[in-house]
Design a protein around this ligand. Sequence first.
Ligand code: GAR
Length: 184
Amino acid sequence: MKIVILASGNGSLAQSIFDAVSDGELPVEISALVSDQPNSYVLERARNSGIKTFVLEMQPNRAQWNEQLHDLIKTIQPDLVVSAGFMRILDANFVEDFRVINSHPALLPNFPGAHAVRDALAAGVKVTGTTIHWVDAGVDTGEVIAQATLDVEADDTEETLHERIKILERGLIVATIRTLVPTS
Ligand code: GAR
């Protein structure tokens, strides 16, 4: 199974996938890592792991960016696209033409969007977690594949809570991709 990873920032989730593949724990081929941020650390992580990288910076003409991303992924022809810390909305055409999963740092359908950890803290929830879901044309509205939960501590800040959620996410994304690998 060929996968492409989309990521925008630090890339600790992407790293967990790279490591699982290189340790022989995840039988997939990572065809490429695509980032929209030219200076993101995830690009360095990918290069250090010998993974082909592409940078597609957002541009004023969003439709053109959508098209470029679509064309790039079409050329690679992956079986699965993994959005792991990719902070862009994928357009409807893209998610119709490719199978895409996303890791989200909250228990969907609660707290969709770009500030999920902050929103969960502000709502005062005692339990939160992470969700891996299929990506559809909405924002974090696609079918849930897997979730994992953790308790919010009384002294949690957005940063401390997010760090603990990311530990969960790293395990869950790898485990979920593994369940999507065809068995024969
Ligand atoms: C993760 O918590 C991921 O769920 C979140 O960004 C973080 C990436 O961490 N993604 C979103 O919020 C997407 N809406 P990383 O850069 O260390 O992999």
